[in-house]
Design a protein around this ligand. Structure first.
Ligand code: ADP
Length: 258
């Protein structure tokens, strides 16, 4: 207990003796560090597209440029603005998630029904991909926030589409056991290098292969997924092979009514 972290020591002298109160502040220190690290990464991530927008705007204002070049710069400004807007959206989601009080918005939901309702949205998102759903038998009842479940599966399935640039099948499979509901989202996309696998649920992490650099993103989608899954007492993991595809596995404890 008397480690370097246990630094807040209050000693109260009372008539009949002495009281020593020790509090382990390891967790507080970790939180402070994480918060500081988050703020520093966020400022860096926001500054990058902003500098680019400022730089190209200045060029457009100061120089007389031919039309193709003007168009190119305006396109860059537009895409960087889109990126900035995505970043702000995801950062707010992360912040909201961290403020979420356990169980605040949860009710009984039928996950199978929810996924079927979402299918059209995924089909409309890409004509080059086929989204298939195979449901296991049994009731897919969870105690969950409907909004968060929608967000979780939108992130996973949109990633499956985004990281399968050559099209292909995206398969959503479920299995219901006595204890939990297991959902797999599998694609035939670019896959994730082994060395990147331990980090892909970290905030702002993007796997460092050339394909990922070409595909836009903030590196926050999976961090948001992990937060949602944790808040629902579940787990999330990934299996992947470069050039073959990826499989994300989510497990939630089943609702007793199932
Ligand atoms: P983003 O997609 O915005 O970069 P995510 O947090 O959603 O951020 O994903 C983190 C990283 O994990 C991505 O940059 C990508 O490298 C990798 N990734 C996520 N989903 C897939 C997938 N289905 N296939 C291949 N790589 C993926």
């Amino acid at each position: 207990l008397l480690s370097a972290y246990a630094e807040r020591i209050a000693i109260a002298n009372v008539e009949w003796g002495m009281m020593l109160v020790l509090r382990d502040v390891t967790k507080d220190k970790e939180l402070d560090l994480k918060q500081a690290e988050f703020v520093s990464i966020v400022s860096h991530e926001l500054r990058t597209p902003l500098s680019s927008i400022m730089g190209f705007t200045e060029l457009l204002m100061k120089r007389s440029l031919d039309e193709p070049r003007q168009k190119k710069y305006l396109e860059t400004i537009y895409s960087e603005t889109v990126r900035l807007s995505e970043l702000i959206h995801d950062i707010l989601e992360i912040q909201k998630g961290e403020d979420l009080t356990q169980g605040a918005t949860k009710k009984t939901i039928d996950l199978k029904k929810l996924l079927i309702e979402m299918k059209t949205m995924f089909e409309l998102a890409s004509s080059e991909h086929t989204v298939r759903m195979a449901f296991g038998s049994g009731a897919h009842l969870l105690m969950a926030s409907e909004e968060k479940m929608k967000q979780l599966f939108t992130n996973l399935i949109m990633n499956a589409i985004k990281y399968s640039p050559n099209g292909g099948n995206i398969e959503i499979r479920t299995e219901v056991t006595a204890q939990d509901v297991r959902i797999e989202v599998e694609d035939e996309g670019i896959g994730i290098p082994d060395k990147a696998l331990p980090f892909i649920f970290d905030k702002f992490y993007r796997a460092d292969n050339s394909d990922t650099r070409k595909i836009g993103g903030t590196g926050l989608g999976l961090a948001i997924c992990k937060m949602i899954v944790m808040d629902h007492g579940g787990s999330i993991s990934v299996q992947s092979e470069v050039g073959v595809g990826s499989r994300f596995i989510v497990e939630f404890p089943i609702h007793p009514m199932s």
